[in-house]
Design a protein around this ligand. Structure first.
Ligand code: CA
Length: 227
C-alpha cells in the first residue's frame, strides 16, 4: 500500500511518514506544497492521501476539489487545525472521506488510514483471508493453515496488496505503483524476487497453491488454478 502525505510542516510530515513506514510497512511519499501534492495525487498510484489544509501555493480544499473533478477516487483523509473545524462538513461534502484534528495521535492516524484502505477495497474487517491463508493488517502477521509465516517487510507489502485485490489480475506495473515510493523506483525490477520468496514461504508446503502467475500480464491470488 502506498500513501501520499501532503503537509508543509516538515517535522510533522516526517513523523507521520516514519509511523506509516515502520508501523504499517507502507510506501510513503511527502509533498510539501499544494501544487506538488495535486500533481502527485493525480498520478494515481496512491491508496490513501493525507491532506493538510493550510498549504503553500494551493490550499488543501482547492486541491481536493480539483482532484475529485479529475475523477481521482483515492480516499482522502483531511488534517484540520482546531480553528478549521467548522469547514469539516464542507470538506466531507467536497469529497473528503475522513478527517482528523491536529494535534492527533499517530496511532489514530494509522488506524484511520488503514480503515480507509480497507473500506476502499471492500473489506469488512482488518483480517484478510483466502482459503487457509490469513493476513492480519492490524498485527502485521501472516498465517497459513494456522502456522505463522515469517516474511520480509517487502514480501509482506506485496502479499498485503495481493490479498486486498484477491481474485483480480494485478499487473507488475500496478504492484510497482502501489508498493514503492519515489526513492525506491530504481530498485523496482525485483518484484519477481518477492513473488518467489512468497511462493516459497506461503505456497511451497501447501496442497492448494494461491499465488498464480498469468504469463506476461501479472499475478492473481486465488484458490483455483488457471481456468
Ligand atoms: Ca500547513
Amino acid at each position: 500500500m502506498r500513501v501520499l502525505i501532503i503537509e508543509d510542516e516538515q517535522r510533522l510530515a516526517g513523523n507521520m511518514a516514519e509511523a506509516l513506514r515502520d508501523g504499517c510497512k507502507f510506501a510513503v511519499d511527502i509533498a510539501s506544497d499544494g501544487e506538488e501534492g495535486l500533481f502527485m495525487a493525480a498520478g494515481n498510484g496512491y491508496d490513501v492521501v493525507l491532506l493538510d489544509l493550510m498549504l503553500p501555493k494551493l490550499p488543501g480544499a482547492s486541491l481536493l476539489q480539483q482532484l475529485r473533478r479529475k475523477g481521482v477516487k483515492t480516499p482522502v483523509l483531511v488534517l484540520t487545525a482546531r480553528q478549521e473545524s467548522e469547514s469539516v462538513i464542507r470538506l466531507l461534502n467536497a469529497g473528503a472521506d475522513d478527517y482528523l484534528s491536529k494535534p492527533f495521535d499517530l496511532g489514530e492516524l494509522i488506524a484511520r488510514t488503514k480503515a480507509l484502505i480497507r473500506r476502499s477495497q471492500g473489506h469488512a474487517t482488518p483480517r484478510l483471508s483466502l482459503a487457509d491463508l490469513e493476513l492480519d493488517t492490524v498485527a502485521g502477521t501472516v498465517r497459513r493453515a494456522g502456522r505463522e509465516v515469517s516474511l520480509t517487510p517487502m514480501e509482506y507489502r506485496v502479499l498485503e496488496y495481493l490479498m486486498h485485490r484477491a481474485g483480480a489480475l494485478v499487473s507488475k506495473t500496478e504492484l510497482l505503483e502501489h508498493l514503492y515510493d519515489y526513492n525506491w523506483e530504481k530498485f523496482s525490477n525485483v518484484i519477481e524476487v518477492y513473488i518467489a520468496g512468497l511462493r516459497r514461504k506461503v505456497d511451497a508446503d501447501a496442497a492448494i497453491k494461491l499465488i498464480h502467475t498469468v504469463r506476461g500480464r501479472g499475478y492473481v491470488l486465488r484458490e483455483a488454478a488457471e481456468p
